[in-house]
Write a protein that binds this ligand. Structure first.
Ligand SMILES: *[C@@H]1O[C@H](CO)[C@@H](O)[C@H](O)[C@H]1NC(C)=O
Length: 458
């Protein structure tokens, strides 16, 4: 009886919550969220990750567009079973049945456009009233970006994309390539807070990660005619080169190495062309860091059995450096490797001498504007950034396979809410745009600035 009365009184409160709905693009759920879980009219609450749900305009309603955020992560965040061979070091390493192209894997392929990013961009363009800006914003939906598989719940979405790419390939007679980011290491983002992940080393994280890789592999295996290119684990190995003084990075070292080794071996077996993340010019590009970095990449690669589909390294992922800067940005403080091409040209011979394949892809998605940072290390939603050079294989360097957009511009780098669990001080700096929602969720005003400041212009 008492319980029933309590329920009744609770129910009488509900209309008050409904009236105070979260605004479009506002937060509407996530771990520890005590605010409104309903959305303003015309928008729907969509789960982005365990930490964040966001009110997205109903025009981006994901049910028809294969939106990865529709997966319910709470059911799959902690898999109860580990995969066969997931933990065994004695199990033999599977080998690919095909031989990788010796030349640039991007050449001759049509790059698949993520329907999820396209739906985000279309919804964003719909919010813009200025017709010129609206048209420019809408055009971004036709520029290929990578899809980040940042929680295990999204892995089934890869199958949907591959099936779609396979169908498009058959219909058009063209060959298709799907671009993915493998990003779910346990104790992820060990030197920062904004992108902390779902797996913890202390709680079976490495086995959970192996299961995550197995889920990706299971999808890829089904579509042998679609080429997959992957960026492997942004920031992870670079953190092992320079941030072992951070306790969380030191504690993660073995798990990162084992996880990346497993990813290389298993993705190699299904013919995924891989680029390991290598930070950027202002990180591993400092002369003192080049040799330690090359040795780490090379040692891991060799201990994984020199997987043939490891093609090289990805640089500047989600960062703002130019591939080739006319003059050094003021924040580069005398580093001779002041842009990505100087970094690549300096690193390539060291890699080659260490026996690592020295090919590169470079993210230029948000590199349109230079001279916008107070410090080179500032990475969070930097104010006045603009979309950069469009993806192309016409890179001006035989070392660089492709200019790519790895970071989907408009998705947030990290929250500026100082009370949030994943608040990182970089997202509160003077050159960080505020107020910013959680990492990975849509940041409308930031997207509009990227469009306005695009160089070359859209
Ligand atoms: C900031 O985060 C805290 C903790 O999750 C939350 O209670 C608060 O409502 C958030 N503030 C804003 C402006 O989103």
């Amino acid at each position: 009886m008492l319980k029933f009365a309590a329920l009744l009184s609770l129910a009488s409160l509900i209309p008050a919550f409904v009236e105070a709905a979260s605004p479009v693009w506002g937060q509407c759920g996530g771990q520890g969220w005590t605010g409104d879980t309903t959305c303003a009219s015309g928008s729907t609450c969509v789960v982005s990750n365990p930490y964040y749900s966001q009110c997205l305009p109903s025009s981006s309603n994901p049910t028809t567009t294969a939106n990865p955020t529709t997966a319910n992560p709470t059911t799959t965040v902690r898999p109860t079973t580990t995969s066969a061979g997931g933990g065994g070091s004695s199990s033999s390493v599977p080998q690919p049945t095909t031989t990788p192209d010796a030349s640039n894997p991007f050449v001759g392929y049509q790059i698949y456009l993520s329907p999820y990013y396209a739906s985000e961009v279309q919804a964003a363009a719909a919010q813009i009233t200025d017709s010129t800006l609206k048209a420019k914003a809408a055009s971004v939906a036709n520029i290929p970006t990578f899809t980040w598989f940042d929680v295990i719940a999204k892995t089934s979405q890869l199958g949907t994309y591959l099936a779609d790419a396979d169908a498009k390939a058959k219909a058009s007679g063209q060959k298709y390539l799907v671009q993915i980011v493998v990003y779910d290491l346990p104790d992820r983002d060990c030197a920062a807070l904004a992108s902390n992940g779902e797996f913890s080393i202390a709680d079976n994280g490495l086995n959970n990660y192996k299961n995550y890789i197995d889920q990706l592999v299971a999808q890829i295996k089904k579509y042998p005619n679609v080429r997959v290119v992957a960026v492997i684990e942004p920031d992870s190995l670079a953190n092992l080169v320079t941030n072992l003084n951070v306790a969380k990075c030191a504690g993660a070292q073995q798990a990162y190495q084992a996880g990346v080794t497993y990813a290389m071996q298993q993705l190699n077996a299904v013919g995924v062309y891989m680029y390991l993340d290598a930070g950027h010019a202002g990180w591993l590009g400092w002369p003192a860091n080049l040799t330690p970095a090359a040795q780490l990449f090379s040692n891991l690669y060799k201990s994984a059995g020199s997987p043939k589909f490891v093609r090289g390294l990805a640089t500047n992922v989600a960062n703002y450096n130019a591939l080739s800067a006319a003059t050094p940005d003021k924040v580069t403080q005398g580093n001779p490797n002041y842009d990505e091409i100087h970094y690549i040209n300096a690193l390539a011979p060291v890699l080659a001498s260490e026996g690592f394949p020295a090919h590169f892809i470079v993210d230029q998605g948000r590199s349109g504007q230079q001279g916008i940072r107070d410090q080179w290390g500032d990475w969070c939603n930097v104010v006045n950034a603009g979309f950069g050079t469009r993806p192309t294989t016409n890179t001006g360097s035989s070392l660089v396979d492709a200019i790519v957009w790895v970071k989907p511009g408009g998705e947030c780098d990290g929250t500026s809410n100082t009370s949030a669990v994943r608040y990182d001080a970089h997202c509160g700096l003077n050159d960080a745009a505020k107020p910013a929602p959680e990492a990975g969720t849509w940041f409308q005003s930031y997207f509009e600035t990227l469009v306005k400041n695009a160089s070359p212009s859209l």
